[in-house]
Write a protein that binds this ligand. Structure first.
Ligand code: GRF
Length: 193
């Protein structure tokens, strides 16, 4: 059984979809939820699903290697970022090479980087009069949104779309694709070892 940790700090709609998806799996399970916001919706979901969770702060995450200790203690094999906005420190990247993935709500390399999250991304897409947007699932390295891209899916941006409209279209793609792509990546990662 491969054990997955989800790092999420937002409403957790992706985390919820991922948890639901892996409930049926015999090879992979969501074993831990990590959040840097005590009020994150994802923590309620974790409680409902009886998945252990950890609330972290900056000192814990950046000034010690306690995060790694806790992940190892929970025997975590793979990390999924689903709405986690902090840069992942080097000690974690080194400990989980190509075993951390993130989802970004736009077609990278466009509209990525620091400050490009949530509605800022969708507004930037509208302001640039893009004809399409979408999702990018990528490996995580030490820079924001710059690790190797694993998968992208796109949606049309219509001329009268607002940022909220784009967000809804992108979220639909996220929920549809993120769980099965995670499953595929984990399958590939561990079959090569
Ligand atoms: C998603 O749009 C994801 O692409 C981004 O953060 C958002 C998280 O949304 N990285 P939710 O908390 O899963 O609803």
């Amino acid at each position: 059984m491969k054990r997955i940790a989800i790092f999420a700090s937002g409403t957790g709609s992706n985390a919820k979809k991922i948890i639901e998806y892996f409930q049926e799996s015999e090879d992979m399970e969501i074993a831990l939820i990590v959040s840097n916001r005590a009020k994150a919706g994802v923590l309620t979901i974790a409680e409902e699903e009886e998945i252990p969770s950890i609330i972290i702060d900056r000192a814990y995450f950046y000034e010690s290697e306690q995060m790694l200790f806790d992940l190892k203690q929970q025997c975590i094999d793979f990390i999924v970022l689903a709405g986690f906005l902090w840069l992942v420190p080097k000690y974690l990247i080194n400990a989980y090479p190509k075993k951390i993935v993130n989802i970004h709500p736009a077609l990278l390399p466009k509209f990525g980087g620091k400050g490009m999250y949530g509605m800022h991304v969708h507004q930037a897409v509208i302001d640039a009069a893009e004809k399409q947007s979408g999702i990018s699932i990528h490996f995580v390295n030490e820079a924001f949104d710059e690790g190797g891209i694993i998968f992208q899916a796109s949606c049309a941006v219509d001329s009268d779309d607002t940022a909220k409209d784009v967000q809804a279209k992108v979220q639909k793609l996220e929920h549809e694709h993120f769980p099965h792509i995670i499953e595929e990546v984990i399958g590939n990662t561990f079959s090569q070892l």
